[in-house]
Design a protein around this ligand. Sequence first.
Ligand code: FAD
Length: 409
Amino acid sequence: MISAGHFDIAIIGPGCFGSACAYHLTKLCNKKVCLIGPNEPQGPRSDSKNSVFASHYDTGRITCCSGTNPVSPRLNQRSINRYREIESESGISFFNPVGFIAIGTKDSEFIRVTEKCLDQFKIEAEILDSNQLTDKFPYLTIPSNYVGIYQPEKAGYIDIRRCVQAQIKVAQLQGCIRIAEIVESIVENKDGKLKISTETGRYITADKIVLATGAFTKCKDLMASWNRKLDLDVRRETTVKLQVNAKGLQDLSTMPSLIYADATEPRHVCYILPPIKYNDDGVYYLKIGHGLHYSKKIDPENLVQWYHGSGDPDAETSLKQILKKLIPHDYFTASKCDSCAIARTPHRSPMIDKVGNNVTILVGGNGGSAKSCNEIGYIGALNVLHRKWHYDIPASVFQVCYEENESKL
Ligand SMILES: Cc1cc2nc3c(=O)[nH]c(=O)nc-3n(C[C@H](O)[C@H](O)[C@H](O)COP(=O)(O)OP(=O)(O)OC[C@H]3O[C@@H](n4cnc5c(N)ncnc54)[C@H](O)[C@@H]3O)c2cc1C
């Protein structure tokens, strides 16, 4: 086995959380930090031999200050407030402040929770009835008993690939070493040092580790040395991208991101990103994804195969139906379907907690943490550097959860 060096802190997982943690750790201390994990495969994913993938291999991710649990709005706001700074430090732009609308029936839980959140966190928003909604966004067709909560500021979408690139670039400028390898195992030696072995037969030693491996965390038995299994509920996700023609591009040129909570048909709860270029081919796509109905549990051993495929055809059919209802215009031509995955935690906040003294767990995006990843990475960095909890939201919110019958070490 060939050594790839010794580090004070090794972050495993160069995704949303891991890159943000590297960004902050290299600002907060002078320790030797590395960030380990594969680059995004070039070319079709089905041709890739990688044994792990990521949830951030995408361009459009909704961002907004509101959130549906008591903690996420604070994490969202703190991250959004840092976007411009990260862009300027890295020279990589990723934030498109096109606004965001939450649409649902007046009396729905979704609208009630969003309104309460706006109030509590002093988020600027307009509440529009269905007529006002269609006046402002004439391409939408909205039933009369629906309202829209429109956040014009600090909301829209981020290009999550570029956001991750930006965080990694700044971390590297600050001294972080990037190691593009997949980790196969972690062993804690008797002296407390950690040995990280990679698929290519190299190894890295570290005093501390951050595990930020997202939905693929359980695909390798990385917690074997601690005899623990994290309670992560991994769900498969399908998105549909529809190519937008010239008329559509014109009409949808100021379209915000949106979430639509259909009150009568759970299959039709969806989120939509406005037309975005996903590749360098100059083609714009509108992206639509589903709510919980099509978010089905998937076992770790089936994840790679799922990523090689092109999503769930039932979800695709349903998403196209709802889009036809919401934007009933001839804007769309070809479509393509994509597969992805999310990792849910029992408490619906990310797990940011220690296992023993030297391992920080930083996983559980719960399907909506791209927007807040920078703050989540910051909390992770504080957790690595301090023995005691150093953040103004209680540690219990982010506690690590193990599969049934297991408790924290
Ligand atoms: C379809 C879809 C739509 C979404 N839409 C939104 C949205 O609109 N807004 C929003 O805020 N959020 C959204 N999310 C959620 C967001 O993308 C996730 O919350 C976020 O990516 C989680 O970040 P992470 O760092 O935990 O995981 P990831 O970003 O997946 O990063 C994990 C990293 O770990 C690496 N890794 C895994 N195993 C190993 C290993 N053994 N060795 C080395 N490296 C390893 C992976 O390669 C990857 O780089 C969406 C997610 C999906 C799937």
